[in-house]
Design a protein around this ligand. Structure first.
Ligand code: SF4
Length: 359
């Protein structure tokens, strides 16, 4: 039986139950989810499904990430609510490709782990499958593992197995609606051109879940804990000297009183230029080179700095809990204009803790 897989939280439990119910059946996992956005989130969910299938001894096939084709399918339905028409089309697309793949592989039956997700309409899935079965001549296997305490058991399993528990269904449109409702920033859609890994970003989670797989392979014990902290995203910023935008690197946690200021440097102490407005500090490249090897401003603004180095520089320049704008320029100017549009907000991130091997 081919099993379309949406995510590890649903698939791990669903596959366990399928194995119990059909002990003589051979299952093939099929990860086909071009709805997932952004691509880094897709990689993260796939990584966790690979881990889960390996644990359960189920072979896994990755489908095509044909995002553009998914977008075309749901065009005009972007504002539909969850469980609405967009979701129906999304199910149709994923189940149709799963049914086709089942047929190609010579499997007569297929199913989907979406059936166990508490946020999905089983009836909608059943209707999608009915139309597809008629078209392709394969049989959809409907299983309700949600009822009679299934959902509670699923939550327990996902915690015990340390599965990656995403907090949105998958697509850009569902995510937008959810974040608007929650009145929180949609930081999943922010990635710096420097490719710097930001706190609580998808890229940070991906690196962490990759690391935990390495730990598991080496038999090293670990825990994943959550911490609450002040996060930051720079949305836009620039510095002008003599009316020209100059290469600059704005350190995280930089905030102006308003978004824009005109300022001049009043004094330079130990390589730090102190401006007359908004507690702005300017440092030059030589100052940054005390912390990390960096050749040019060009390298700095295209490659960025590791987040921990930024924090070390901030600590040295302005001390703890600082929100002063700190900017790196080629050299410290006399006068300048600065624009910073940035947000600081309460956030939660997961952290990997390696347990003491000798304890
Ligand atoms: S909310 Fe989920 S099921 Fe609905 S269209 Fe988006 S990804 Fe598909």
């Amino acid at each position: 039986m081919l099993v379309h897989i949406c995510c590890s939280v649903d698939s791990h439990f669903f596959l366990q139950k399928l194995k119990e119910k059909y002990p003589n059946e051979k299952f093939i996992g099929f990860f086909y989810d071009p709805n997932i956005h952004p691509y880094s989130e897709y990689r993260l969910r796939l990584l966790d499904v690979q881990r889960s299938c390996k644990k359960l001894g189920i072979p896994l096939i990755e489908g095509e990430y044909d995002y553009e084709s998914w977008l075309r399918a749901v065009r005009g339905l972007e504002n539909e609510p969850e469980k609405g028409e967009r979701c129906r089309v999304c199910f149709d697309k994923r189940l149709e490709v799963a049914a086709k793949r089942a047929k190609e592989l010579g499997e007569q039956r297929y199913t989907t782990t979406l059936l166990v997700s508490p946020l999905k309409s089983q009836e909608q899935l059943r209707q999608s499958a009915k139309r597809i079965d008629e078209k392709f001549g394969v049989k959809f296997v409907f299983e309700d593992f949600r009822s009679f305490g299934g959902t509670q058991l699923q939550a327990k399993v996902s915690k015990e197995e340390k599965l990656y528990r995403q907090d949105y269904c998958g697509c850009l449109f569902g995510l937008m609606q959810q974040r608007v409702k929650q009145e929180v920033i949609m930081d999943e859609m922010i990635a710096p051109i420097t490719r710097q890994i930001l706190p609580a970003s998808i890229e940070e989670r991906l690196a962490m879940y990759q690391k935990r797989m390495e730990l598991e392979e080496k038999g090293i014990e670990y825990s994943i804990v959550r911490r609450r902290f002040l996060n930051y995203r720079l949305l836009r910023g620039f510095v002008k000297v003599e009316k020209e935008v100059v290469p600059s690197f704005i350190l995280s946690y930089s905030h102006l009183r308003r978004d824009y200021a005109k300022a001049r440097i009043e004094e330079i102490i130990d390589g730090v230029g102190y401006a007359n407005r908004d507690e702005i500090r300017i440092v030059d490249l030589a100052f940054v080179q005390k912390f990390i090897e960096v050749q040019s401003m060009h390298q700095l603004y295209f490659e960025g700095l590791p987040f921990v180095i930024e924090q070390k520089i901030r600590q040295e320049v302005d001390g703890e809990y600082s929100l002063s704008p700190i900017v790196v320029l080629d050299k410290i100017p006399n006068r300048f204009e600065i624009y910073i549009y940035a947000l600081s907000y309460k956030d939660v991130e997961e952290k990997l803790i390696i347990k003491d091997q000798d304890a």
